[in-house]
Design a protein around this ligand. Sequence first.
Ligand code: FMN
Ligand code: SF4
Ligand code: FES
Length: 621
Amino acid sequence: MTAEHTQPTGAESAGTSSCGCGGNHKLSDACRARIVALRKDYPQSRAALLPALHLAQAEYGYLPRPIVDEIAELLDLLPIQVQEVVSFYPMFQNSKVGRCHIQVCANIACALGGARKLVRQIESKLGIRPGEVTPDGRFSLAEVECLGSCGTAPVIQLNNQPFIERVTAEDIDRVLQADDPLQIGREAPEISMIPDGVPAYLLPPNGQALRTIDNYLAQGGYQTAQKAWREMQPEELQEIVKNSGLRGRGGAGFGTGMKWTFMPKESQKPCYLAVNGDESEPATFKDRQILQRNPHQFLEGVLIAGRAIRAQAAYVYLRGEYVTPYRILMEAREQAYARGYFGDNIMGTGQKFDVYVTRGAGAYICGEETGMMESLEGKKGQPRKRPPFPAASGLWGCPTTVNNVETMTHIPAIVRNGAEWFKTMGTEKSTGNTLFGVSGHVRRPGVFELPLGTPLREIIEKHAGGTPSGRPVKAIVPGGVSMPVLTADSLDVRMDHDSLQKAGTLLGTGGVVVMDDSVCVVRAAAVIARFFRHESCGQCTNCREGTAFLYRLLVRIEQGDGTAADLDTIAEVCSFMEGQTICVLSDAAAWAAGNFLKRFRADFEQHIRDKRCPFPDSFEM
Ligand SMILES: Cc1cc2nc3c(=O)[nH]c(=O)nc-3n(C[C@H](O)[C@H](O)[C@H](O)COP(=O)(O)O)c2cc1C
Ligand code: SF4
Ligand code: FES
């Protein structure tokens, strides 16, 4: 029932080794050399820790203590500083896993898509449970939270390979029967599109990808960045973006131009741009589409933003599971360096601007901006107390602006076409297009570029094709699972900041999850609560205890063991979790659970009255 994220065990005792080194754990000379070379990308060597751990794990399959010690020595750290980072991040394994480590996403979109059946199939064929390794060391199994591919649910990942999407029982059989399951690859389905008639500027034309720099240059690419660095002052760029009304697309909706003005005009210290591509909140899978299909427009946005805040470098933080977007982005970056758009003398201006890409390692909290900065610095991704705010003291104590990947991708179009052009799309206070990701019970899950303010009903029924079963919609999460759930009464709400606020929720990341009336919403709330319990970084008592308590209560009610008093307890626990903690993960967990209860109270009461779940056709948890 529960999806524990336990470290796999068992292969050690079976005498198998995913590294095959016979117990003499040592990094290869090539790996050591690559780790040493990483140090130069960062002002402090510790910041190379996550990339170093990824390299070592790719070589070894896991991170045994001698390898931890070796990395510590290479980066001038204490072994405990490395060990605490290894144990914080779910992607780093400190005990052996199978040679093929099968990770099945168990969060809401995949659960709605039948992930539980896949887990049962694997369990019965291999005779292992999540957290275990087969006696021959071939396979291990883990249930993981959202992989950022909710539109192609259910999704699995083998080791750190590209995802296998829209997985069927036959796919699982193929994996389990293959001589080398890691060779099983599959073309990722194309799921992002521009609906007819939309004046789009974020996604390339349907069916195309602008991955090569020549294609991008042929469309006028990088010309706006040239103009920004050659002819425009930072204040001018800030003003255009402020006037455009662009609000950040990372979830909080803060004005981008306004945020840029918080950066100092003069600073003794270097200034940085930190770009948030962590994208780990269930229902959110839009930034991945940009990176895979339009990486140069994103990089051009980074260049212009760098100019606008007088940054010396940009650090892009990309979620660790995004293997394909990482590869595509790194290729684009290499092309852009080769043509002189980044580096020591960018575009012949005599000015220096670099962009680095760091992969995260599976912790959602590293999407919170200060958690992300800790992680970029090579530490556990635990959010910082504010003040000081990032513009005063961010990365390595230097002035820093944090912006989302999609936010960056709007910038070239805004600076090229002007603020007035941008305001012709969207609503008065929510300007421009955005990428709505739609998953769950819809015929055509995917990412749609549409103006802000598009009615929710249009997104679900027209673009995503309505429910496959033809059953009515029962519940909708409008903007990532942090955002309060809506009932079908709200289907006509417009998807912009003000309208959603009036409807008692928030736009968040624009990631919409649709649930038809077969769904047990108590179960849905429990799956979402499990995510927050797993992702709490544990610093604040109210969050650490509150997320665990909410999950336990919801499971109890869902199983038919709840009491009427439990409903009051949920409301009370939520009240302790809001506005009391270092970051808003705690608030988000409370909004999610509290609003499922508030908006579907009758379902909760029926579970308690009937002492069982009254929805026999519901998805399994
Ligand atoms: C728990 C938590 C997770 C977050 N995850 C992300 C994320 O994955 N990507 C993102 O851009 N913003 C995320 N945010 C919001 C960031 O803190 C920050 O507001 C955002 O990156 C700023 O960029 P923007 O102004 O362009 O939206 C998260 C916030 C919280 C509290
Ligand atoms: S609210 Fe939760 S996730 Fe945020 S800092 Fe506190 S314990 Fe960590
Ligand atoms: S990929 Fe499974 S819920 Fe997002």
